[in-house]
Each structure stands twice: as structure tokens, then as C-alpha cells.
Design a protein around this ligand. Sequence first.
Ligand SMILES: *Cc1c(COP(=O)(O)O)cnc(C)c1O
Length: 397
Amino acid sequence: MTASNDNHGTTPLDIETMLVTAGRDTESQKGFVNPPVVRGSTVLYPSAEALHAHRGEFQYGRHGTPTTKALQEALMALEGPSCAGVGLVPSGLSAISTALLAVLKAGDHLLVCDNAYRPTRNFCNGLLARYGVETTYFDPMIGAGIEALFKPNTRAVMVEAPGSQSFEMPDIPAIAGVAHAHGALVIDDNTWATPLYHRSLEQGVDISLQAATKYIGGHSDIMFGTISGNARAWPLLSEGIKLLGVCAGPDDVFLALRGLRTLAVRLAHHQNSGLEMARWLEARPEVLKVLHPGLPSHPGHAIWKRDFTGASGLFSIVLKPVSEKAVDAFLDTVKLFGMGYSWGGFESLVIPFDCSTYRSATPWTPGGPALRLHIGLESVEDLQADLARGFAALSAA
Ligand SMILES: *Cc1c(COP(=O)(O)O)cnc(C)c1O
């Protein structure tokens, strides 16, 4: 499903206001604030002439419905004036695979940051390698030094800012400057900040994608992905999405739009609670370091301050060396922090991770066991008490 932007850059409204107003067409909805969940494959044409000319706003369910149009318009307002179009796909991973397939061809070379989401690597090392695309992984902190890794056939650079486990912050404007000098496209997995806190298309990124499963949905009840492109990338993306036949289900489109309406308040709360928890954890004796770009102690803090307008609720901590049994005692004791994959919903989560099992360009030597935390919408006091009980169990183990 695709839509192109024909009135971007003309609205003077603040982004919080646009999250509430963009994509609304109450007149065509008989006054209702929200669009209907349009379920449909066939769209009937009024005449043979209209059929032959493919005339009409909607032509086939896979290509778009009034529900997808509302979400796409709202997402385009969120992405900013450089956005030329947004594609809606059934998961975050399909946003990644669709974008890469849309811009690459056999014989191309791809650069991917070493802290990328692991299934991104699996896709590059698996399907893309089989289709004749070579991937080189790079140090996320490489900056303009990425120049040395370019080959004559380097077609795209993929970054994740920050990496969703280890939280290094790539210098996107520096990387994009080099990439564009070599005629390559820059793809950013913008799931962590969302375009609300990082308008990556305004910073030299050509394709900004998100696992909308996370903060856009916001309630741990959908799988969803979005792919946004600037004028340079959108024709390729739009064609790729059409050729691959990916489209999102109507209920998930509706829930993504519903989540988007409250994104600003939810993300502000995740940010504030996340920073409060991060500072509290930094002072805990059991914690070696906290990996949160919003903390002055983080090596990517200056880049975060320059390029981002906020932080979400996801960050990692490294514990002082303890046994695996002690970490498990911590995990089994905390109750408000659920153990599970994904994040971006209203609830707090914790998961252990070890990047050394898959990184290839840079070593991962954190100095102790690492845990990733998602700070949900619970009270910070309750969350701190929960973690304190976990630390007591860890120390007793
Ligand atoms: C979760 C996630 C994805 C994949 O999203 P799904 O909707 O689970 O397929 C991609 N990138 C990042 C950074 C993620 O955290």
C-alpha cells in the first residue's frame, strides 16, 4: 500500500497538533472522528471507460483503502516535509526486507552498522547474499571514516540510531554526507526514536523505516511496519512494495492510526520515566554502566543532543560481573518488568542479551552481564521498588 505526498510542507502546525489532526476527513466519514476499518479487495468501477482508465481514488484493496490513506497522511505529517511517500507493511522486519529488496540488485554492495537489529543481519546474510548482494558490517561509531569501506558498487548504507541493544549512536549526517558523495542511499531503522524525536529524512536519510509494532502501535497488540522515503528513494520503494505485493491488514492499520494519535503523550512519559530510571540505575552499586544516549555519561550523548529531540523508554544496563544464576534470580524476582521480546507498549520489560554472539566488525566486551529494559507507563516508584527486589535476589544468589 502506498501513497504519495502532494501537499507536504504547507502546514504551519506543531508536530503534536499534526499527530491529532493529520489524515482526518470527517466530512467523508459522516462526521465521525475516525475512519472506518475498510475491509476490501474489490473496488467496483462505475463504467467500462473508468475501468479501462483505472480511474478512481481507490482501485484495489492491496493498493490502498480510506483507512490506509488516513494513516499514510498522518505518518507523512509526522515524518516532515522531505517525506515523499509512506508504505504500510505487515511488520517491522518486512519494512526492512522490503526496503532493501526495493533498492538493491544482484552485484550490489551494502554497508550495515554492526549494532543492527539481529534479524536485519539474518536477512542480509541469508536472502540478500543468495541474491548476490554483498554486505559489509561497520563500526556504528565510524562517522565519516565510513569512506574507507565504500566500493564502486556500494549502493546503500543501513544504520540503526541507536542500536536497540547496545545503544551506540551513529553520526547520521556524517555517514549520509559520504554515502551521497558515492551515490548511495541511506536507510535508517528509526524504531527507537520514531520520527517524533528523530526526523531522519530531514537529516540526510533517504529511507526512514520503523517497526510500528513498537511505539506507533504502543499497546503490544499489533505487528506493523512503515517505510518512508524522500523524493529520491520513493519511486524505488513504491515500485518495490507494489511488485512484492506486501500490504497490511485493516485492523492493524486502524490500530496503528489510533496509536499514532496518542504518540506524543506516551513517548514523553516513556522518555521522562526512562531517564529517571536510567539515572537511578546509574547510582545502584550492582550496575557497572547504563547505556542510554540521554545520559551525559553516554559516548553518543553529544550526537543524540544534536540530532534528536527526545529519547524513548528503551535502554540497556551492564551489571557488575555476577553468575548467570544471580542474573536469573533477578529476572525471576522482578514482577512489573515482564520477560519478553519486542517493546514500545505500555508495559515495562526486561531481557538479557549478548551482542558478542553475532557482531562481526566490532568487539562487544561490556564487562558484565547485559540487560535491556523497556520503561513502560507504570509509576517510577513502583518500578524502582520492583528492580530493588530483583537486585536483593541477585545479591543473595
Ligand atoms: C522490533 C524491531 C524490528 C522488527 O519489528 P517487527 O515488527 O517485530 O518485525 C525492527 N527493528 C528494530 C530496531 C526493532 O526493535
